[in-house]
Write a protein that binds this ligand. Structure first.
Ligand code: COA
Length: 260
């Protein structure tokens, strides 16, 4: 499939999806959100993809937010629809994807850009990254999950301050907040993310899928995370990966997981 707003490539089990609107600092317009959804769906289905990396093209931005030019004249109804559709197609979709998704935050991650990074399973930033939720400076609130995921990641007080001030934090502050897991130079960002992706790929993809479900259950209304964990744990015992993982351990060799 050919895309207008994103680039995709798959090598050695890693699918890299690059948001490619550098002249607009990779702002998320409707078309980009739809293309990201398709690319993620295809990567998640593909046997060739074990880990997905999401990043932005150019040296300046991961994603500088939702495309302001697309919603500047929206009314109440359209505003609500914009948030609901985006959350369904992209933000909740990523969070619940069974393939691990890592955000390589290579510059500005503002508004919908930070919300996109936060929807990923974890984040790694380069030293030039700047993160924030500037929505209230535009007269709106974060609408792609930012009011929910930011407090989950950094705590309520820090999230409140970031949302209310609409300010940006740099990569080191994001690291100290736990918003990103590692910080690297710009040149080393993708190699570092790929190194971590390679470590992930050595493990059972079936078990990782169950672990994602169990961890996410902790943050879902009306869902008991412990019960989800018990269910997912039990399911692992019926998988080929479990047979291979335990057999390999007992035979003192590295596991070669079939992913089933
Ligand atoms: N939506 C639409 N266009 C955007 C955008 C967004 N969220 N962010 C940047 N752009 C566009 C600019 O309009 C500009 O386009 P133009 O050259 O056609 O005028 C281009 O990207 C470059 O941005 P510019 O503002 O000139 O770069 P800068 O280096 O001076 O400033 C930022 C960088 C990130 C500080 C600034 O672009 C900004 O504040 N962007 C909006 C961030 C935001 O509020 N995001 C939340 C949206 S809900």
């Amino acid at each position: 499939m050919s895309y207008q707003n994103i680039l995709t490539s798959t090598t050695n089990g890693i699918t890299t999806i690059t948001i490619n609107r550098p002249s607009k600092l990779n702002a998320l317009n409707k078309a980009t959100i739809q293309e990201l959804h398709e690319a993620l769906k295809n990567a998640n289905k593909s046997k060739a993809t074990k880990v997905i990396i999401l990043t932005g093209s150019g040296e300046k931005a991961f994603v500088a937010g939702a495309d302001i030019s697309e919603f500047a004249d929206f009314d109440v109804e359209n505003g609500g629809k914009l948030a609901a559709k985006g959350q369904k197609l992209l933000f909740d979709y990523i969070e619940n994807l069974s393939t691990p998704v890592i955000a390589a935050v290579n510059g500005f991650a503002l508004g919908g850009g930070l919300e996109l990074a936060m929807a990923c399973h974890f984040r790694i930033a380069s030293t030039n990254a700047k993160m924030g939720l500037p929505e209230v400076s535009l007269g709106v609130i974060p609408g792609y999950g930012g009011t929910q995921r930011l407090p989950q990641l950094v705590g309520k007080g820090r999230a409140m301050e970031m949302v209310m001030t609409a300010g940006m934090i740099d990569a080191n502050q994001a690291l100290s907040y736990g918003l990103v897991n590692h910080v690297s130079t710009e040149e080393e960002l993708i190699p570092l993310v790929e190194k971590i992706a390679t470590k992930i790929m050595r493990n059972s993809s079936v078990a990782i899928k169950g672990a994602i479900k169990a961890v996410n259950a902790n943050f879902k209304d009306g869902v008991n995370g412990y019960k989800t964990e018990i269910k997912q744990f039990g399911k692992c015992f019926g998988t080929e990966d479990f047979k291979e993982g335990t057999t390999a351990f007992l035979e003192k060799r590295k596991a070669d997981f079939p992913g089933e």
